[in-house]
Structure formats: C-alpha cells, structure tokens
Design a protein around this ligand. Sequence first.
Ligand code: SAM
Length: 214
Amino acid sequence: MTFISSRMLSNTAEDTDINILERKQTMLLRNSLTISHELVSRVVLPGDSVVDATMGNGNDTLFLAGLVGGTGKVYAFDIQEQALEKTGQKVKNAGVQDRVALIRDGHQNMDQYVPKGIKAVMFNLGYLPGGDHKLGTRAETTIAAIEKALALLCREGIVMIVIYYGGDSGFGEKEAVMAYFKTLDAKNYSVLVHEFVNQANCPPIAVCIEKYID
Ligand SMILES: C[S@@+](CC[C@H](N)C(=O)[O-])C[C@H]1O[C@@H](n2cnc3c(N)ncnc32)[C@H](O)[C@@H]1O
C-alpha cells in the first residue's frame, strides 16, 4: 500500500542527499492514524452517511463531518458524557453540528440508530486520552460492534480500526480482534493490516476491512 503525493517527490535546492532520503522514508510509511484518514477519505463522498464508533475528543467525528459535507450524516458514539461534551463543542465551533448526531450509547448498539447503507465506520480502540483508563474499549463489545458495522455497510464500504494497545489497555483486545479478522470470509471481505513490526512501545495498528457484498 503506497501513498505518494507530489509534495513527497518535489525536493528543494537546499536538500542534501541524506535528508531527502530520510524524509522520503518517513513520509512514505505514515503512522496508522494518518493511514486510516487517507483510506477513509478515498471512499467517503459528500452526501454519504458514516459512523465514528469511538467519538472520544471528537477528532475523527470532525474529520468525517468534513468529508460528508452539508448533505451527509455522521453518527458518533461514546459511552462517556465527557466525550459528547467535548465533541459537541468541537463540531459547533466548526459550524458542522447539523450533520452530526452525537449518541451516548455503546457502539455495539449502533444498529438501533444507524440506517443501512453507510459508507465507512471508524474505530479508535483504547481509552480516551486524558480520561479514565478503565473506560476504554473492550474485546467483546468491540467485536459485536464491528459485526454490526459490517452488516450496516454498503458494498465497497470500509470499516477502519486503529488499535491502541499495551500500557493500561493491555494486549487482550488487540489479540481478540486480530483473531476475529482472520475469521472473515475472503469472498465477502478483504482485511488489510498496517503494522510497524520493528518499533518500540506498541505503535498503533491500522486495520481496514473492505466489503464486497450488499
Ligand atoms: C481511543 S478513544 C477515541 C479517540 C477519539 N477517536 C478521538 O478523536 O479523540 C476510545 C473511546 O472509546 C470510548 N468507548 C469505550 N467503550 C465504548 C463503547 N462500547 N461504545 C462506544 N464508545 C466506547 C471511550 O469512552 C473512549 O472515548
């Protein structure tokens, strides 16, 4: 999977050979969060309906609201009131609150709020930065939510999952979801894992599931 922009290929006169090489390497292999945004922005169009399954501080909600435009809809979920308050303020400041539904409920219940035919669902697994580490995502509800997301997705829609693990989050959820992905029928779904295998401190992993059936 390569993402090359014209910026990456244009070098200025003052670049030395070494820093050109270093810059190209770091810009080609982007971190998981950046990759997740790049993939989602390739499939989501103005007017689409999408889901932010883990609202948190609202960064992905705002990103999605920009992609769907004034005629689209973002359904954003979190179990913490703090997340709804922060995200509510963020989307209001950006003037996009009319296209965003903030839902205080577990993402495992998303089928109660979201109509079928959505284009993309984003998950950031782990806990809210600056929040209660005990209120992070959990394997059982995460897998239930991914199953619901796949059922709600339109053909050629994607579920994008960034897995934060290690530290207080531990390894259990990561191992469970990675095992679950391998069970998805390759006739109906492709699953791509983006992982830096030689970096310290458990760098986040990005997983993209693309759906091929209605
Ligand atoms: C890593 S944070 C998300 C960060 C967020 N995307 C942002 O832009 O700030 C994970 C969030 O998932 C939420 N969460 C945990 N369990 C959940 C569940 N069952 N349903 C929905 N959200 C949940 C947590 O409250 C936390 O805010």
